[in-house]
Design a protein around this ligand. Structure first.
Ligand code: PLP
Length: 409
């Protein structure tokens, strides 16, 4: 994979801290896949983490209408009041959790929420604990404000979150001069698809509160969960929100994944009441506001007729997950993490290789299957894993499974 060259101009060198930010290896995979496709090679894309479904037509129509009505000026920094109220209603109706709309900031995607949160919460030198593997950008958000991301390897492969004993150990000993300020988790998680169950989330939340550490939970993949619940499947997902554990927790969410709106760039951050005013001031300064037509479109996303479409898509993802996890196991991949949510399988390649980037290169160049190396997501045993995103239709997944079988069995 090509290494991006970053020599600086003498007159305008990039800041030192930018060196801490790694490029996504998945972008190299994508670029090479596109080159191969231009040369006529058929590639099954299982590398990029976004739904392959176009945004639901009702949401698109609401966006078009907003544009036609000239709704193109800035909204307030924290978002359209109606959208903040609609999100608050979602917490009340779906989760039974009361969240005052003043605690909700609409942001340019979950990415904007994470940038806002890191600026809001961290001083230079503060340490933030996060699982290894986890979403690669999180480390970088922390580094860019001068903080330190401390990656915690799984106590055993397959565990969705660090254990309390691990957290205690790291907090007490291992972070040098930094003081631990936060614990950042995601459920369901990228790249593992693992879900932190309600009792474990409560225990983590209680731990954070006892340690006076903030807990931030990225719930961007909520809605895309596949565990059967004794109470039956609920539209918009069966998982509880970390806001129910403690109103002091911070929660990130987005319209990108379950709602299928990646390119519209709308997400949100929920903050404790005491931080709402400061968060608002930061939002004004960091990005003025999330895109206005997209916020109007997002207002339509919670409506029943839209959720019906989204639930059909969730069912399609569940069928793909069932098929593809079985296919990977039968080829010989290990799957220590249960893919209970999101659209990823994080697969162990120890039977085949010990260099995940070389393995991905081989799958792409010789077999036309594009996947993401584990080295994008962490350091611990990263060369033993690859991430498959089942964001391709079933016939393409079947083709991918056949190609993997031919390549590896
Ligand atoms: C865990 C996680 N958080 C945040 C994001 C960023 O999402 P958004 O498109 O809402 O900025 C992603 C995107 O893949 C993700 O996987």
């Amino acid at each position: 994979m090509s290494v991006i060259k970053r020599e600086s101009l003498f007159q305008a060198p990039a800041a030192h801290r930018t060196r801490l930010v790694n490029p996504f290896r998945v972008m190299d995979v994508l670029e090479r896949a596109r080159q191969l496709e231009t040369a006529g090679v058929d590639v099954v894309h299982l590398e990029v983490g976004e739904p392959d479904f176009a945004t639901a037509p009702q949401i698109v129509a609401a966006g078009v209408k907003a544009l036609q009505q000239g709704r193109t000026a800035y909204t307030p920094a924290a978002g359209l009041p109606a959208l903040r109220e609609r999100i608050a209603r979602f917490y009340a109706d779906h989760h039974g959790v009361s969240v005052d709309p003043s605690r909700i900031l609409v942001t340019p995607g979950a990415s904007g929420a994470l940038v806002l949160a890191s600026n809001l919460l961290l001083n230079a030198g503060d340490a933030v604990l996060m699982p290894d593997p986890s979403y690669p950008c999180n480390r970088n958000y922390v580094h860019l404000v001068g903080g330190r991301a401390v990656l915690i390897p799984p106590a055993s492969p397959g565990r969705p979150a660090p254990t309390l004993a691990q957290l205690d150990r790291v907090c007490d000993s291992n972070v040098g001069d930094s003081s631990v300020k936060g614990l950042w988790l995601a459920s369901p998680a990228n790249p593992t698809g693992a879900v932190i169950d309600a009792p474990e989330m409560q225990a983590l939340s209680d731990w954070a509160s006892a340690r006076r550490v903030h807990l931030l939970v990225d719930e961007i993949y909520q809605g895309l969960d596949y565990q059967d619940d004794p109470g039956g499947r609920r539209a918009m997902g069966n998982l509880p929100t970390a806001l129910g554990c403690n109103p002091e927790n911070l929660v990130v969410n987005s319209f990108s994944k379950y709602f299928g709106m990646t390119g519209w760039r709308v997400g949100w951050l929920v903050v404790p009441q005491a931080l709402a005013v400061t968060a608002n001031i930061l939002a004004q300064n960091l990005f003025i506001a999330a895109p206005t037509p997209a916020q109007h479109a997002a207002l339509r996303a919670f409506d029943e007729d839209v959720v019906e479409v989204l639930e059909q898509r969730r069912e399609a993802f569940r069928q793909r997950r069932d098929f593809f996890c079985d296919a990977l196991r039968s080829v010989g991949f290990s799957l220590p993490w249960q893919a209970d949510g999101a659209f990823y399988c994080y697969a162990g390649i120890e039977r085949f290789a010990d260099d995940s980037e070389a393995f991905c290169r081989m799958l792409l160049e010789e077999h036309g299957v594009a996947v993401t190396p584990g080295t994008d997501f962490g350091e611990h045993n990263a060369n033993s894993y690859v991430r498959f995103a089942f964001t391709a239709a079933m016939p393409r997944l079947e083709q991918a499974a056949e190609r993997l079988q031919r390549a590896l069995a």
